[in-house]
Design a protein around this ligand. Structure first.
Ligand code: SF4
Length: 273
């Protein structure tokens, strides 16, 4: 490669990194400057090196590393949590949890349900009224739609997958969980993921996905692309409750689910008609 084409490539790379950072800033990603200065050639080289290490990866062909992946230090908040080896042990560890302010309002702690060795895990935001009442995630109307996606769309049984939420107790009035509640409950979800160790995680809805990936990017921009959480491929998609209000977007969820099926080596059913 000549020196001219090499410096042209470098200039294109610098421009594309600048544009990408500006786009992330507009979307509210914390820690990224809104108007990034154009880097010097030396800074550009450093950015390329960081990209090669996975710090800033945009290629759709590779999973994107979560910007703030949670390390083992998260478990130190609850000594002994990291020693739980099964879901039963983890559930016993959580016990009659009162570690955050959601505890007094719950009827049942909604831990999770499904196959402890599932290849596929769905993670939603938190229990609603039906889930709180029954102690099981995704059992209301939105839950029925998720079951349809799994059973009629993916041709799997609901019992084959694992389903849980970011927080285990119902936020009052179905509001979003607050940051301190997420922080208190997150170690349990991370341990749940480590214990089940699925091949694929599907993040359901804005709140769950933003909490898992530690970003503020809208779900409409995150969905349909592979991300990575604790070394596991993660596909964000819309929450079934959103689909009940916006049935026209079911086709987008089906496109995301088809990607998941391909990654799991499952046959995609032919479209009727
Ligand atoms: S939401 Fe999580 S941390 Fe809070 S009380 Fe329930 S189980 Fe405990």
């Amino acid at each position: 490669m000549s020196q001219d084409s090499s410096s042209l490539d470098r200039r294109i790379l610098i421009d594309s990194i600048s544009d990408y950072l500006a786009q992330l800033g507009e979307e509210g990603l914390e820690g990224i400057p809104f108007e990034p200065a154009r880097p010097s050639p030396a800074q550009a080289s450093e950015a390329v090196a960081q990209s090669a290490q996975g710090a800033l990866v945009k290629s759709p062909a590779r999973p994107v590393k979560a910007p703030a992946e949670v390390g083992p230090e998260l478990f130190s908040v609850y000594p002994g949590l990291e020693t739980t080896q099964t879901l039963e042990e983890l559930r016993n560890f959580i016990g009659d949890c009162k570690r955050c302010k959601l505890a007094p309002g719950r009827t049942n702690l909604v831990f999770g349900v499904g196959n402890p060795q599932a290849e596929l895990m769905f993670v939603g935001e938190g229990p609603g009224a039906d889930e709180d009442e029954r102690g099981e995630p995704f059992v209301g109307r939105a839950g029925q739609l998720l079951t349809d996606i799994i059973e009629r769309g993916m041709r799997m049984r609901r019992q084959e997958v694992y389903i849980c939420n970011v927080v285990k107790c119902r936020p009052p009035g179905n509001r979003n969980p607050e940051p301190d509640e997420v922080a208190a409950c997150e170690p349990f979800l991370m341990r749940q993921i480590d214990v089940v160790r699925p091949k694929i995680i599907v993040g359901l809805g804005t709140f769950a996905v933003q909490s898992l990936l530690k970003v503020k990017i809208p779900i409409s921009k995150l969905r349909g692309k592979w991300h990575e959480l604790r070394g596991i491929r993660m596909m964000p998609t819309f929450h079934p409750a959103y689909l009940l209000r916006n049935p026209g977007d079911k086709r987008l969820v089906w496109a995301d689910i088809q990607e998941v099926m391909k990654a799991l080596g499952k046959e995609i059913p032919a479209r009727k008609g």
